[in-house]
Ligand binder design. Structure first.
Ligand code: HEM
Length: 124
């Protein structure tokens, strides 16, 4: 999506519809709805804009002629989000590592309680 958003001019226009990327530069001048509406659908997911225009079946078929690839969904749309996700992952890993050595304490308390209880009941 980051790469797609760089193609947002009349001379170089890519749009995203239903997870696919389309280079519609050569179609802008022919578009019955004008080029401005198509340009307004760049640099974002243009699926809603395309659907909301109520395009015919033939318009949807025509769109396929301009397909140049699929959207990469493995990386987040907002790069900052990736950094945030990495930091959160690191933080939760650190918390887990810190608490690991202390697991023995509650386990030991429960174990000792069971043994003491058992001995106490046997004495009775
Ligand atoms: C996502 C951005 C787009 C928007 C917002 C949009 C909007 C519109 C609108 C408002 C019309 C009606 C024009 C009128 O009747 O006066 C129209 C018609 C049309 N558009 Fe688009 N359009 C977009 C992208 C495309 C693309 C990429 C194609 C094909 C490659 C396309 C093909 C057509 C065709 C063939 C028509 C004629 C009516 C029909 O067959 O549905 N449009 N568009």
């Amino acid at each position: 999506m980051q790469e797609v958003s760089q193609h947002n001019t009349k001379e170089d226009c890519w749009i995203v519809v239903d997870g696919k990327v389309y280079d519609v530069t050569s179609y802008l001048d022919e578009h019955p709805g004008g080029d401005d509406v198509v340009l307004a659908a760049t640099a974002k997911d243009g699926t809603d804009d395309f659907e909301d225009a109520g395009h015919s079946k033939s318009a949807k078929e025509l769109l396929q002629d301009f397909c140049i690839g699929e959207l990469d969904t493995s990386s987040p749309i907002i790069p900052e989000l990736e950094i945030f996700e990495k930091e959160t992952r690191n933080y939760s890993q650190k918390v887990l590592e810190l608490t690991k050595p202390y697991w023995a304490v509650p386990v030991a308390i429960v174990g000792i309680s069971v043994v003491v209880g058992f001995l106490y009941l046997r004495k009775k």
